[in-house]
Design a protein around this ligand. Structure first.
Ligand SMILES: Nc1nc2c(ncn2[C@@H]2O[C@H](COP(=O)(O)OP(=O)(O)OP(=O)(O)O)[C@@H](O)[C@H]2O)c(=O)[nH]1
Ligand SMILES: [Mg+2]
Length: 231
């Protein structure tokens, strides 16, 4: 599938190829179907069996992981969100697709890099998240969320290094694009591209999103549908 990085470009417009349009439609259907919360995991010993394909949303605390899951599924309260960083404290498992048919695990991770939390808490979350990211055999892709206002930070690069070493594929997703102008957005895309160049396991295409405005959701859904189809 060919993606384009033009900010805010809608792949359903006249420049989308029939193949792209097909994936957009498959993504729409996938996310129009059931998505159920399965369980929150606080210890890797409680993690579900890796018996199906899995994708995960990772990123710094408050970047918008849970909001993006809600926006993708069109359900405002599926994943809990908050203004206060550190909202998600567990590895939350969602089943995307019918319970009795083909489905995948979609995972909402606790954020990393939350400096204000107590040291022990930060350690526990970091251990949980990095342990998960390095040791999940069915993890097909990590969507690494980056706040479009700030661009990639040192902690994001640490996670990228972990994923490179573990050979886990990941793709950068810029969030909160509604909060900045076009020029700032382009600067952020360029900075992100520059960072990704240094990281072999990264997917070269960057998806720009806004959960608030719905920007880029169709592109992300299409990418997930393609992964779910085994591509
Ligand atoms: N304007 C705007 N605000 C957003 C967007 N996405 C998330 N937010 C806000 O950002 C804050 C954090 O969102 P969450 O989805 O809870 O972030 P998170 O990454 O899950 O945070 P943790 O669970 O703490 O790691 C909330 O106040 C959201 O309303 C967006 O696309 N646009
Ligand atoms: Mg969250």
């Amino acid at each position: 599938m060919v993606h384009h990085e033009t900010p805010g470009r809608d792949l359903t417009d006249e420049t989308a190829s029939p193949e792209e349009e097909d994936w957009i439609e498959r993504g729409r259907l996938l996310f129009a179907g059931p998505c159920d919360f399965l369980r929150g995991v606080v210890s890797l010993t409680d993690i579900p069996d890796p018996d199906r394909l899995e994708i995960a949303f990772a990123g710094r605390s408050n970047v918008g992981k849970s909001s993006l899951i809600n926006a993708l599924t069109g359900r405002k309260t599926l994943a809990r969100t908050s203004n206060t960083p550190g909202r998600t404290q567990e590895i939350n498992y969602f089943r995307l697709g019918p319970a009795d048919g083909d489905n995948i695990f979609m995972v909402d991770l606790p954020g990393y890099g939350f400096a204000q939390a107590p040291k022990d808490t930060v350690k526990r979350w970091t251990r949980l998240v990095t342990g998960y990211l390095k040791g999940r055999p069915n993890l097909r892709r990590v969507f690494l969320l980056i706040d479009a206002r700030h661009g990639p930070k040192a902690v994001d690069e640490e996670i990228m290094r972990d994923l490179d070493i573990a050979a886990v594929s990941y793709q950068a997703v810029l969030t909160k694009a509604d909060k900045i102008g076009q020029a700032e957005l382009e600067t952020c895309i360029e900075a992100t591209r520059e960072t990704l160049r240094k990281h072999p396991a990264s997917h070269p295409e960057i998806v720009t999103t806004s959960s608030a405005k719905g920007t880029g959701l169709d592109v992300l859904k299409a990418a997930i549908a393609a992964l779910a189809a085994g591509l």
